[in-house]
Design a protein around this ligand. Structure first.
Ligand code: SF4
Ligand code: SF4
Length: 718
């Protein structure tokens, strides 16, 4: 859970998590294993179709939430169940406590429920009742008085040694750190709790309105004992779990276990319709007393929010954490509050308030890995950025991001500052292309990779000299969008790109009114500045004049293509053009491979081995995966694929300066993975990734040379 009061404290907590070797190794191992388990689980199924079906079912549930609630209530009451609606977390907790009091319950057993974590139910009940969690992981964290670090595997952050010590305390006997033995200890201790309990509390994964049925999926079977053995059963269920029919519920269950744990189906799927038979002591007419408490806690209000209602689709599979590079480094206590991972960053704001969310929402590198695997098709990175902006609008924007926004909005001022910085950097470059003696005030925590110097001449000043002659019979009229890093730091990447395009009938233009794409300010929560910058670019490059808008920067490409319509689509005049603008944006490798269709004959094969780092915004943002591989092979390099080719490099624009410790650790993992391939060259397609990877290899003293793919192609071109 989040205890940090400010960003400084939060960063200290992140540092502690990064120093925890066991946590990092456990997370690493899990991330790698999860990736292949998920691929196998979806084999033979059309993943996108299944997810699309979940979206359909969940959206219908959200749009008809209260009607489904009324239908469920009627059916469940007819089957002898007491149905309640709690408006707030406190109301839900008090309702449950009252049910326990009214039924003279003293001992309560619980099966795993994220909704109960959300309401902090245990904290509410424990002063008055004996409450025992019965899911192994949940029991462990209950004994440690901490929250879950993963929605599906709450104790994944703990070693068997830590668990053995904990169980030794509980049983007052020495325990060996042997997993099978520890499971037996837990089973023995919990068995007595099951038989003595007066009341069982569960959650539910789905609530079927048509029949008043709850569906619960588990792997340990403890939910069956919790819901059947005690004489009173209370289920705490979010209103978002309602769906119309069994068919809808099965649609969700086809995806949930596959996405959560890579299982086609969990060990237990339990369906409960009405209060069942129960022979436990104190029951009247052999029937148990059953209550279902539906929790609102802001859900009905969220359901009315056109942008954020999609978060109610979440099926709590935890996949967005499983693939998150930041979660992989720091774990769920730092990458969440109660709910963790990408969805946790968003739900924390709505369920637990701005104070708990304000540090968390800044800790997203915008890699889009979560969006790519979400079982419910939620646009998580966009919503995280929206929350960041909302919080800054509510609390005031930090001076640094306001200043950056003001500078980026003023292209002439921005470029003048960069030109001034070029002159000022002379004493600290030592004649190299790196800032080798950067003053401590700028270099704090940034020395894990060498930083590049600003180029002698920006690309825009070189354009008149390097502009290719207009072809006699142009096939394509193309606007080149440079982005600021290639314009001012790596103009040679653009020069290389021009060389590759030569003799393909490309009439290339470089509109001078273009400026930074605006992604850095969007990342800092400066939405208005991002919008102003987008307007400048759409005005500077009239899409009607070009067949394509080409960029060699994957981050720019993805931002121009995917975010511009959201940012300025509602503008009266430019808004009409923006969709046309975005539709024409194309990444370099797609253009060269798929549109120009370059051939092997154009290149001299070197036979050197090359691997590829796929920028997040290329493989996920632009959906480009195969074009770079094909180009590497066509141009005569021997391609070796890295295991983690599509895992983020840790740059993330402004992220690397805000959270350098996390960025460094993600980079280290990436460089290890690259070096494992034995490749001589590491190619990529984003100047930000080049900056991070080249700087990291330089600092390591590695023999691996890092190049933009355009540079590798230009070197091989005949
Ligand atoms: S965008 Fe990447 S860093 Fe951000 S929450 Fe999603 S997976 Fe994590
Ligand atoms: S947001 Fe998506 S991936 Fe994350 S827990 Fe919810 S359904 Fe799963």
């Amino acid at each position: 859970m989040q205890k940090a009061n400010n960003l400084k404290e939060y960063k200290r907590e992140l540092g502690e998590a990064l120093d925890n070797d066991f946590l990092r190794k456990a997370m690493d191992k899990f991330a790698v294993a999860y990736r292949s388990a998920r691929i196998n689980a979806f084999k033979g199924h059309e993943e996108e179709v299944l997810i699309h079906e979940v979206v359909r079912v969940k959206d219908a549930g959200i749009d008809n939430m209260m009607a489904l609630y009324e239908e469920f209530k009627t059916r469940a009451q007819a089957a002898g169940v007491h149905v309640h609606l709690a408006r707030t977390a406190h109301e839900a907790n008090e309702l449950i406590a009252n049910i326990a009091r009214k039924n003279a319950c003293k001992k309560i057993i619980k099966s795993k429920s994220m909704t109960a974590e959300e309401t902090l139910l245990n904290h509410h009940l424990e002063p008055e009742f004996e409450v025992t969690e019965t899911d192994l992981g949940e029991w462990i964290i209950q004994l440690r008085h901490e929250g879950p670090t993963h929605m599906v595997m709450p104790a994944i952050h703990l070693s068997r040694h830590q668990v053995a010590d904990l169980f030794a305390d509980v049983t007052a006997r020495e325990q060996k750190p042997d997993i099978q033995r520890l499971v037996k200890v837990a089973r023995r201790e919990l068995r007595a709790k099951f038989t003595q309990a007066d009341m069982g509390i569960s959650g539910a994964n789905v609530a079927i309105a048509k029949t008043g049925t709850l569906g619960i999926v588990t792997n340990e079977g403890n939910a069956r004992l919790v819901t059947t053995l005690p004489r009173v059963h209370v289920a705490l269920v979010g209103l978002d779990k309602l769906c119309a029919s069994l068919q809808d519920a099965l649609t969700i269950l086809r995806v949930l276990p596959r996405n959560a744990t890579g299982q086609a189906i969990t060990s237990y799927v339990t369906w409960i319709t009405g209060a069942n038979q129960c022979l436990a002591r104190g029951t009247e007419k052999n029937k148990k007393e059953m209550h279902i408490v539906f929790l609102d806690n802001g859900r009905t209000q969220l359901a009315r929010d056109p942008l954020f209602k999609q978060v109610l689709r979440c099926v709590r599979c935890g996949a967005c954490a499983n693939v998150c590079p930041v979660y992989r480094m720091v774990g769920g206590h730092q990458m969440g509050h109660v709910y963790i991972g990408a969805i946790g960053l968003i739900l924390t704001y709505f369920f637990h308030g701005r104070d708990k969310a304000k540090n968390l929402v800044q800790n997203c590198i915008n890699c889009e890995a979560c969006k790519h695997v979400c079982a419910a098709g939620i646009d998580l990175p966009r919503l995280i950025k929206e929350i960041h902006t909302r919080i800054q609008d509510e609390e005031g924007h930090p001076l640094t991001s306001v200043l950056l926004g003001k500078v980026l909005k003023n292209r002439k001022l921005f470029h003048t500052l960069l030109r001034t910085a070029k002159a000022a950097q002379r004493p600290i470059t030592g004649g190299t292309r790196y800032l080798s003696h950067l003053p401590q005030i700028f270099a704090r925590d940034q020395d894990f990779r060498a930083l590049p110097a600003i180029a002698k001449k920006p690309f825009r000043d070189m354009w008149k000299d390097v502009r290719p002659p207009k072809p006699a019979h142009p096939k394509f009229k193309v606007a080149l969008f440079s982005g600021c890093v290639q314009d001012f730091v790596y103009p040679e990447q653009l020069e290389a790109g021009i060389k590759v395009l030569a003799h393909h009938g490309v009439d290339l233009d470089f509109p001078m009114g273009q400026t930074c794409c605006g992604l850095p300010v969007q990342m800092m929560g400066e939405k208005q500045a991002a919008r102003d910058v987008a307007l400048q670019n759409v005005t500077a490059i009239d899409p009607a004049d070009y067949d394509y808008i080409l960029t060699l920067c994957a981050s720019c490409a993805s931002h121009l293509k995917n975010n511009y319509p959201f940012l300025v689509g509602d503008e009266p005049i430019v808004g009409v053009k923006v969709q046309q603008f975005s539709d024409k944006v194309m990444s370099f490798s797609s253009f060269v491979n798929d549109i120009l269709q370059v051939t092997r004959e154009e290149f001299n094969p070197s036979g050197r081995t090359a691997t590829f780092h796929s920028p997040c915004h290329l493989c996920r943002g632009m959906g480009v995966v195969h074009a770079p591989h094909e180009l590497i092979e066509k141009s005569g390099y021997r391609f070796v694929r890295a295991d983690e080719e599509q895992v983020c490099c840790g740059f993330g624009g402004t992220y690397t300066s805000k959270f350098p410790q996390v960025s460094q650790q993600i980079l280290n993992n990436k460089l290890d993975d690259v070096e494992k391939t034995g490749a001589e060259l590491l190619l990529t397609e984003c100047p930000g990734c080049v900056l991070q990877l080249r700087g990291g290899m330089e600092t390591r003293g590695s023999r691996v040379q890092v190049l933009h793919i355009a540079e590798a192609l230009a070197r091989a071109k005949k």
